[in-house]
Design a protein around this ligand. Sequence first.
Ligand code: PGA
Ligand code: ZN
Length: 428
Amino acid sequence: MSTHTITKVHGRRVWDSRGRPTVEVEITLDDGSEGRAIAPAGASTGSGEATDRRDGGTRLGGMDVSGVVASIDGEIADLLRGMDADDQTAVDRGLIDLDGQADKSRLGGNALVATSMAVAHAAAGPEPLWRHLGGTEQLGMPLPEIQIFGGGAHASRRVDLQDFMVVPIGAPDYSTALEWTAEVYLAAGRLLSGRGDLQGVADEGGYWPAFTGNEQAVEMLVRSIEGAGLIPGTHMGISLDVAASEFYRDGLYYLASEDRSLDADGLCEMLLDWVDLYPIVMIEDPLVEHDRDGFIAFTKAVGDRIQIVGDDYLVTNSARVEAAALDGACNAVLVKPNQAGTLTEAREALLAAQASGFGAIVSARSGESEDTTIVDLAVGWGAKQLKVGSITRGERTAKWNEGLRIAEKLPNGGALPDPANFPWGRTS
Ligand code: PGA
Ligand code: ZN
């Protein structure tokens, strides 16, 4: 008999970084091993992603998850008790079948992802999950992508684009990558407070300044990199999550901070101009999530120089990644486990990316917790990139700091992937 049989499943309501309720699942095995995980939550969600279940009604703005916790303790526990935690695929298929909906809305993507991740932790036993998943593979740290300014749906749309990030493309190792990022964050703070532009921080901890428009945020990012004593484009690249679906209405993109509307060609032209002007190495969701032709054209224009990342466009779905690779739309995918709903499906999206020559960035959500599972997944699955928000706020530093602990245990001491893995390393 297996010694990794699930004996207990327990759900719990806990709180996320936006002060909203979310679910935590605890799994116990017959050998006494325990695993625990907390579901994150997005704000700028793609329409094709797994749907979280919430109670509705008036309590906590309708966002309570007491009903979700009840079904974890009820039908999910009934399904999993007696199953082998080592067979993650069978566990996840069981959860998918039990839910029975394409969008996982009956039990909720939140219930499923927390359960799936908790089972993985329990199966790892005393081993850290990253090592359990990675087995005998040569593991390495992923290249971080870190937010400096937040906007869009995460900052009351003060600027329209959602994430203004840095990528330490010249850093030799993970620890140095974070040090450089902290220097840029501090330099940005000095710059903004000197101008009286500091308003607060956005959902993922990036500054939320009073910029006059989107391009000013990009310019300030370049100045912050320089202010940190680093060379833009050599040490630090810039990454933008446009999250364009969030400001698209009736065929037009409305830039509220600049009070002007652009059609798809206009938005692409603006972004392509920026790629020429600034050291941009990644652009995520440059167009609305259903604009296949736009994604193809955009990728054709700059896909050889930068990463074009599909988040809302690909929603961590292996079939969509395969279709995009055939189309020539995007050349990288954001891998968010809760977009897929289970670890097995998220892994399939990552494997599809690796098989298609796509980049893959394992990513947190804007609503997070102290849970660090995605760092284990990035390392254990051999993903080359990681995005978890800014370098401030506990739910973000929990993840970056867990990466530092893992890096110390790796034979290569936390060396980052060879730049030749990325478009910027191949062209320069
Ligand atoms: P979300 O933001 O979690 O609100 O979707 C993150 C992202 O868009 O990458
Ligand atoms: Zn995104």
